[in-house]
Design a protein around this ligand. Structure first.
Ligand code: PLP
Length: 431
């Protein structure tokens, strides 16, 4: 067996460069985190070699004695980490990631062309919640199911539950999806439950972004109100890249949830589970029950608040006026610049965040905002004062963007990006 450094110096070198980038930059992408060495050891282990189609005790391959032990442990820890009674809730830990987990739920609970309602992507929702444009059914979810989004109230930046209720009453969806990729507030689960019940729909929460916060009980508990809860495992939960589906062990709207969900994962949409990921996830879920994890999640929220307050002090417009979770969404349009330009300038300064559409945006390609998250830098030990300093750095980046914009006024985005990345960009020494 040859070590990677000798077996493939090229790949080894690229990994080294990426590691360097991760450690030297301020990582503020709200969906990213630094998982632990212990999780990475499990992910990089011999577990990757094994095929184990099926569920513990019911496999289609031999040699699964230890994989059964591992997956059962992972399931138990998942239920414990989210404070769930195993008599009432079950979990499938095999989804390969968040988007497959969501599609598996849709195929489990719905028939092709059944109707769904999720938060619109430009308003903070995720592609897999049914995104489509007037010209194109972009997400597979919108190709195979009929999607009608709900949106934010643009004046408050909060979900417009009245509009959701009205539209649901007319559209009669079979599934309503809570959860988002860029929403700085909590969802009103009781209200959504009421709406779902009134129209005879399942209620699903995609807690991908906030699952760590849910486990630590620092935000509302979707399990009290939803029939099914999906998540990724690599965001605030800080595990390996993967997904999970929690389901009520019950018959809901005529569907036996346990059978339907498990069959949708395998053989419906997946083959062999990624056992190395399940190993890493089990490690992550053990840690998610520790007091340090709770402290970490509390810090994620307080750090994000510190960041939001400083940005507000500096005069920025924040969507919804602030944050109750791990992210803030800054509306840059009042300054006359967009998120793509600011993202690029900050990238050059090793501050990594992402451009993001904000309610009312005309273009998704040149969106008017940036999304900033606190989970990754909180893992790196940042405190509130560090996030205040981070807000000041971002502010400096915005100032440079404004000045660069004056140097080449009214240029197309691509030209601007080329201009600022070139060695003779006159403001380079400020970055
Ligand atoms: N759901 C939400 C709310 C997300 O934000 C994301 C990803 O960012 C996903 C699902 C999809 O996860 P994945 O990228 O693992 O498919």
């Amino acid at each position: 067996d040859i070590e990677l450094t000798h077996a493939d110096p090229e790949v080894y070198g690229i990994i080294g460069k990426e590691k360097d980038r991760q450690y030297k930059s301020l990582e503020l992408i709200a969906s990213e985190n630094f998982t632990s060495r212990a999780v990475m050891e499990a992910v990089g282990s011999c577990l990757t070699n094994k095929y184990s189609e099926g569920l513990p005790g019911k496999r289609y391959y031999g040699g699964n004695e230890y994989i059964d032990e591992l997956e059962t442990l992972c399931q138990q820890r998942a239920l414990e980490a989210f404070h769930l009674d195993g008599e009432k809730w079950g979990v499938n830990v095999q989804p390969l990631s968040g988007s497959p987990a969501n599609f598996e739920v849709y195929t489990a609970l719905l028939n092709p062309h059944d109707r769904i309602m999720g938060l619109d992507l430009p308003h903070g929702g995720h592609l897999s919640h049914g995104f489509m444009t007037p010209k194109r059914r972009v997400s597979g979810t919108s190709i195979y199911f009929e999607s009608m989004p709900y949106r934010l109230d643009e004046s408050t930046g909060l979900v417009d539950y009245n509009m959701l209720e009205k539209t649901a009453t007319l559209f009669r969806p079979k599934l309503i999806i809570a959860g988002a990729s860029a929403y700085p507030r909590d969802f009103d689960y009781p209200r959504m439950r009421k709406i779902a019940d009134a129209v005879g729909a399942f209620l699903m929460m995609d807690m991908a972004h906030i699952s760590g916060l849910v486990a630590a009980s620092v935000v509302g508990n979707p399990f009290e109100y939803c029939d099914v809860v999906t998540t990724t495992t690599h965001k605030s939960l800080r595990g390996p890249r993967g997904g999970m589906i929690f389901y009520k062990k019950d018959t809901v709207l005529g569907v036996d949830m346990e059978t339907a969900i498990n069959n949708a994962v395998f053989p419906g949409l997946q083959g062999g589970p990624h056992n190395h990921t399940i190993g890493g996830l089990a490690v992550c879920l053990k840690h998610a029950q520790s007091p340090e994890f709770k402290t970490y999640q509390n810090n994620v929220v307080s750090n994000c608040r510190a960041l939001a307050s400083r940005l507000a002090e500096l005069g920025y417009k924040l969507v919804s006026g602030g944050s109750d979770n791990h992210l803030v969404l800054v509306d840059l349009r009042p300054l006359g610049i967009d998120g793509a330009r600011v993202e690029k300038i900050l990238d050059l300064a090793s501050i990594t965040l992402n451009k993001n559409s904000v309610p009312g945006d005309k273009s998704a390609l040149v969106p008017g905002g940036i999304r900033i998250g606190s989970p990754a830098m909180t893992t790196r030990g940042f405190k509130e004062s560090d996030f205040v300093a981070t807000a000041d750095f971002i502010h400096e980046g915005v100032q440079i963007t404004l000045e660069a914009n004056k140097l080449i006024p009214k240029t197309k985005l691509q030209e601007f990006l080329k201009f600022v990345a070139s060695p003779d960009f006159p403001l380079r020494d400020r970055i």
